[in-house]
Structure formats: structure tokens, C-alpha cells
Design a protein around this ligand. Sequence first.
Ligand code: PRX
Length: 645
Amino acid sequence: MGERTGSKKDIDGFRPPEDFSENAVVNDPDIYRRAEEDPEGFWEENANNIYWYKKWDKVLEWEPPHSKWFLGGKLNACYNCLDANLDTRADKAALIWESEDGDIRQYTYQELLDEVCKLANVLKDSGIRKGDIVTIYLPMIPEVIISMLACARIGAPHSVVFAAFSGDSLATRISNANSRLLITCDGYARRGKVVEQKNKVDDGISSIELLERVIVVKNSDNDISMKEGRDVWWHDVMNGSDIVCEPEIMDSEDMLFLMYTSGTTGKPKGIVHTTGGYMVATNTTSRFVFDLKEDDIYWCTADAGWITGHSYIVYGPLSNGATLLTYEGAPDYPEKDRYWDIIERHKVTILYTAPTAIRTFMKWGTSWLKMHDISSLRLMGSVGEPINPEAWKWYHENVGMGKCPIVDTWWQTETGMIMISPLPGVTTTKPGSATMPFPGIKAAVLDEKGNETAPGEDGFLAILEPWPSMVRTVFGNEERFIETYWSKWDNRTYFAGDGAKRDDDGYFWIIGRVDDVIKVAGHRIGSAEFESIMVSHPSVAEAGVVGKEDELRGEVIYCYVTLKTGAEESEELKKELRGYADKNIGPFARPKQIIFSDDLPKTRSGKIMRRVLKAIANNKDPGDVTTLQDPAVVDMLTERTRELE
Ligand code: PRX
């Protein structure tokens, strides 16, 4: 059992079990003091775990809000994930993959390298050169990892688009990135049904001339059409491709990848991550936070289409020589014990998943767990949204059998690395708190004016000093970069977009987004982006989209809609509008409720007040509404919302 501590000076929480601490990668609390005194020295020391063709001349150049890390250093991210492991791990499993149907594929480090080199040569033969952005639109099959690493090998930044996004969302991202090459598949299974991925591609990109080559993985049996001269099968082009491909020597500040994410306004933005700092940051945090050891079987349930998959499936763990387990499928297929079954069969030792999954397992009940021996687990993580103490405790007691430390890790697409998290061999944890900033990270909770809040008081989460994997810019939109992250206080204090508070022990408690980003089951959805899609429907005049708190999914989407003259309110139309969101964004963004209304709460200048809508959706006091164009609208909407419950 993780001991409850009792003495006055101790924090009321769970101490790392002694036997865990004894053997942990980090067990000396002094690491915090050392890193705080000399953060650059801390990162420099850890940069030595990465293989560099040429070491850096300078650790950091900070010209707020721009940072460069490991200046002058030369390296290759793919080399670090694969080749660098060959001396001691050529025959070690790098990846164990299981499909929903139960197929299992395994790749040693040598085998993974061979596949990656073959694809890298295919990409080169297709005209892809250093700096060309390649878009990847694949489910969690091994080919997604192979594709990312092949891009990294030749210095072509990748842009992975989550497979469940719609064809239209894919097209927007391809256009923004100016991608000439796309890697996708014919289809994939979800709960026994086929998702027709290639057809989604064809629907979405019909208007894009940009794409010169589409490489299609054969992963399913569904019929697809192949466009002559553009589309080729993966197995055809890989057949006979050379297994030797020299890695491109990259500058520390060369772009490694683009990752699109939703923000407060407008279209999704391409977050730019570079090579050196990102590799050092993900390599170090993987080892320290997940306590990675040589014989671990590490399972991160995220998808490669999100930042968690980039940092903590691919780059961090592989650059540490870990054995990854990945699963392509639903957690309740064929039954609700699928995760526990996988853990038992593959003897998973580390599990990294999301609060929404934990709450779902909680709802399904412990009987599914009890059918399996999951005693191989020794550490568990959580990411993506705040974990409520009840879910934390359930996870600890039932999945972790009371003995596994839990690392609740706060971070973002933009931060690239875990920023606030326990170190499992050092930190006393408190259910619901992400605890302390990672060594070398300086975080704070600030008020509107930029002063630190008193313990217990709500404020905004801020990062005060640069870190190696920080977002470098928003692709093609430097203005948005500055405005979103560096304008709330001054141009050297990073605004995370989250509300937070600290307790008397200095622990951080993340409350959730304070901007118009909605987190549905951990997926990040922008209100403005969603609204602009809804108003593109021929029947919709205006839309106001907000998050409503939900026990299972964290938040769900409530979409308030006014209709154009002539359009009739009906159940059919509601259904159609839900389907429209599905088709244009993806099924994970399906609104829970569509609420028709004659008007929306607006300021006198006509701006929709999402704050008021959010209060109405969540049955909270909307505050002062006297400045609205028509305050009566609040009562009308409240009534309509309550009718639904
Ligand atoms: O609101 C925070 C929440 O997820 C946001 C970042 O989302 P995304 O860029 O999609 O990255 C998710 C995976 C890193 C944050 O602004 N968030 C993430 N982890 C936590 C969290 N909120 C509370 N606790 C966490 N551990």
C-alpha cells in the first residue's frame, strides 16, 4: 500500500512506496533544488543522453518570446529512436502491436529500423526532401510510427492528423501545411465495423490539387478507388525498397513536426516543434516520470494523432530503448475487459491513459478487472484533463492494487513535454493534483495582473521560464503565436489557457480551460472553429457552442442554434446537425445537445456571449446580463436547456 502519511509536517497524501523509491530512476529529492539553481545545466546534463553528431555551442538563447535550444547542435531524431539502440537492443522488442481483432505484430529495434529506412527511401523517391511537410492520416497501426520516424530520418517534418478527423479537417490541414504527400490506409476496424478512411480522404481532398502522392496502407478489406498516377499501395512501393537510408543531419532548431490543435479563435493552428530541445525534453521526462527501465512493457493508450502519441509513444520512449505496447481498437471490444486482458497477456508494467477512460472503467465496474491478473503493473499515469479525486482513488486502489504510484501529468500540445507531474520515486501524491513542476520548469498561478495568487485562490497557470520543447511558433502565423501565448501579461510569461490554484503545500491543482477550448474526453475542440462549421450548414443562421460538465467525458458539447428564415425546428434537423458536425470535424466532436433558439445572448455590438451560454448549459448563475441586447433571452434559453434534462 502507498502509505498515508500522518505527521504534522507531512503532506496528506500518498508517499512513494519504499521499494519503488529505492529502485527508481530518480529518488533524490535534491534534483529539484539542483535544477532550480541551474536549469540550463540540468538540461545540458540530460542532453548527454541523446546522440549528437555535433554537440551544441550554447544551451539556450532566449529572446522573449522566442527561444532556441542547444544552438549549433546537430542530431537526427530517428537515429536517436532506432540506430542509437542497436548496440545493445537490436533484438529487443521495440513495438508490440495488437489489433482489435487480436492480430499481434512485433518489431525488434532492428526490424523497425529496416522498415523505417525502406519507407524513408520511398519518400525520397517520391521527391520528398528535407523541409517538405508530409501529412499522415492513419489509425494506431505500426505504420503510423514507421511513417513518423521515416519522415524524421530524412528531415521532412510530419503532420499527423488524428484518424477520426473528417476528410474536410484533413484537407484544411494539408492545405495549411502545403503537403504534397499523404500517407493513409484503406480502412480500419472499430468495434467490428469498418471506418472507410480512404473514402474520407477522397471526399475531403477532392478540391486539393496540392497532393502529388498518396501512399495507402492495406489494412482492411473495404473497396476503395485509387487515383491513377497519384495513389500507390504501401506494400507495392515498399517491396524491394532499400533497407539502408542514411539519416539526414539536422540542426537542433530544424522543425521536427507540426501538430494542429484547436485554440480560442479561428481555424486549428499548426504548433511547430523543433528537434534538439524536443528530443532532450521528451527523452528526459519519459525516463524520470515513467521510471523507464530496461525490462518494462510500456503502454500509452493515446493515439499517435495527438501530442501524447508523439512525445510519449514515439520520441520519448523509443529514444530510451523502451518496449512499447500499442493497441488499435476500442476498450470494450469484444468485451469491457479488453484493457485488462491486454495487460495480463503482455505483462504490461506501465500504463499511461486518460481520466475519461478511467471514469468509464469505473462505471463498468471492477468485475471486469477481477477476471485478470494485472499484477505486472508497477506505475500508472493520467493525462489530458483534470482527474477528479474519486477517479484517481479508484485507479489507485483497483488498477494499481494500492501499490502503484500514479503520475498525473499536466502538459499541452504547445509544451511538447510533461510540465507538472510527480516524480514517482520522490513525490508524495495527492489525488486530483498534478503536484509539482518537473525539475527545471518554473510554473506559477497568476492573477489578471500577473501577481501570484495566494494559496487556495484561483488564477491562471503560467510558465515563467523557457523550456527545451516549447512551441517555437504557430506555422505561418507568428502573430497568433504572440497573441495566444505571450500577451496576457508580458512577452516572457507563457499563458497556458488553464485555470489553476496552489494549496498550502505549493501543490498545483489544474481546474480546466479558461478560454473557449472545450475538452471532450480529452479531445481539444475550439468553440469558434465549431461554430463556423455549424453556420456553414444551410439551415443555420447563428451558433453558440460551449462545454457542459460531464461526469464521464469531462465535458460534452452544447450547441445553441438560431435558424435561418424558412428552416423549421425539428428532431430531424437536430439529427442532421449532429451528423454535420460528425462529417465536418469528426465523430468525437458530435454535440450532445442541439438547442434551437430564436436568439442568442449578445452584447450590444452583436458578439455572442459564450460565458452566458456556458453558465446556462451548466446550470450556473450567468452573472450580470443587463448589458445584453435582450436580457430576456437568458430565461428562454435556460428553460429550453432545463427541459432537456
Ligand atoms: O486543459 C489542459 C488539459 O489539456 C490541455 C492541453 O490539451 P492538448 O494540447 O490536447 O494536450 C493534451 C495532452 C498533453 C491543457 O491545457 N490537460 C492536459 N493534461 C492535464 C490537463 N488538465 C488537467 N490535468 C492534466 N493532467
